[in-house]
Ligand binder design. Structure first.
Ligand code: DGL
Length: 294
């Protein structure tokens, strides 16, 4: 990892060291609590899928805010309010960490909310930027994401912070999320839409492309066919989950559980569509999702 300590980890460690209780007592009490992972819909499942590989013994509450998908075109205040509601929900559920498995939330809400909770919060932006900088040879990096993420300049700023001379070319792809949530993963319409969004980036001769919205790795095959195999596709989830693991480990918060984990799915919209599409995209059964009101 490029950064020894992430912002979330720093905040969490400082908070723990100020406590009168012993660090180890706090850790022991929290080890077996679940981790909250959330997105507007099925996008965060691309993060959850990496999570299962890297942290297989952790319990998870996956929250899909399907009543309010898509997030991408919503104004800042609304995204902040939505994220506050979700983080408060996870606080009430007693989680030990939250992963913002959503590029829009990570870009727009993370900076304002990261210090407001007792648990560490993981954002995707720094890990994604770090992976892109490590992968790019010619320093020409493309970023595709929602309008909110692109407008925030979060990836652009972070990439340039890590590599001053990098050139970043961004493209918002607002039609991808509705297509993916509708289950149109490999359709002609999706391919045509992708060709339109990606053409300007191909023209810029990028050698690396950040999939800056967690829905987009579901289109990895389509995107790769269009941009060509010589363009490295960056899924920020892998580094983000590695960060999460490092923070848990350094704070003695890795679960004691050595067996199989408990995965709970909650949705704010109709459960059935999420269960069906989610099972297909995750490649494992989501037998039940229960609906909550936030
Ligand atoms: N998957 C989310 C993201 O990474 C949200 C997309 C949306 O709801 O517009 O940005």
């Amino acid at each position: 990892m490029g950064n020894d300590i992430s912002p979330a980890q720093r905040v969490f460690s400082e908070r723990i060291s100020k406590r009168p209780e012993q660090k180890s007592d706090i850790a022991e009490k929290n080890k077996d609590k679940p981790i909250g992972i959330f997105d507007s819909g099925v996008g965060g499942l691309t993060v959850f899928s990496e999570f299962i590989k890297i942290l297989p013994h952790e319990d998870v509450i996956y929250l899909a805010d399907t009543a309010r998908v898509p997030y991408g075109g919503r104004p800042y205040e609304e995204i902040l309010e939505i994220n506050r509601g979700i983080l408060d929900y996870f606080k009430d559920r007693g989680v030990k960490m939250v992963i913002m498995a959503c590029g829009t939330s990570s870009s727009m809400a993370y900076p304002a909310l990261k210090d407001n909770y007792e648990f560490p919060i993981i954002s995707l932006i720094e890990p994604g930027a770090r992976s892109a900088v490590a992968a790019s040879k010619n320093g020409r990096i493309g970023v595709i994401a929602t309008q909110g993420t692109i407008k925030s300049n979060s990836y652009n700023n972070k990439i340039k912070e890590l590599k001053k001379e990098a050139e970043v070319f961004s493209e918002a792809c607002p039609l991808f999320v509705p297509l993916i949530e509708g289950g149109f993963i490999d359709s002609e319409e999706t391919r045509k839409t992708a060709r339109g969004y990606l053409a300007p980036l191909i023209a810029k001769k990028i050698d690396t492309l950040v999939l800056g919205c967690t829905h987009y790795p579901h289109l990895k095959r389509v995107i790769s066919e269009i941009v060509g195999l010589e363009v490295a596709l960056i899924d920020p989830a892998i580094e983000a989950v590695e960060d999460a693991k490092k923070i848990l480990s350094q704070n003695h918060l890795l679960s004691n559980n050595k067996g199989s984990s408990n995965y709970e799915y909650v949705v704010t919209g109709p459960p059935l569509h999420f269960q069906e599409l989610g099972s297909k995209l995750l490649g494992r059964s989501i037998p039940r999702a229960h609906q909550i009101k936030l």
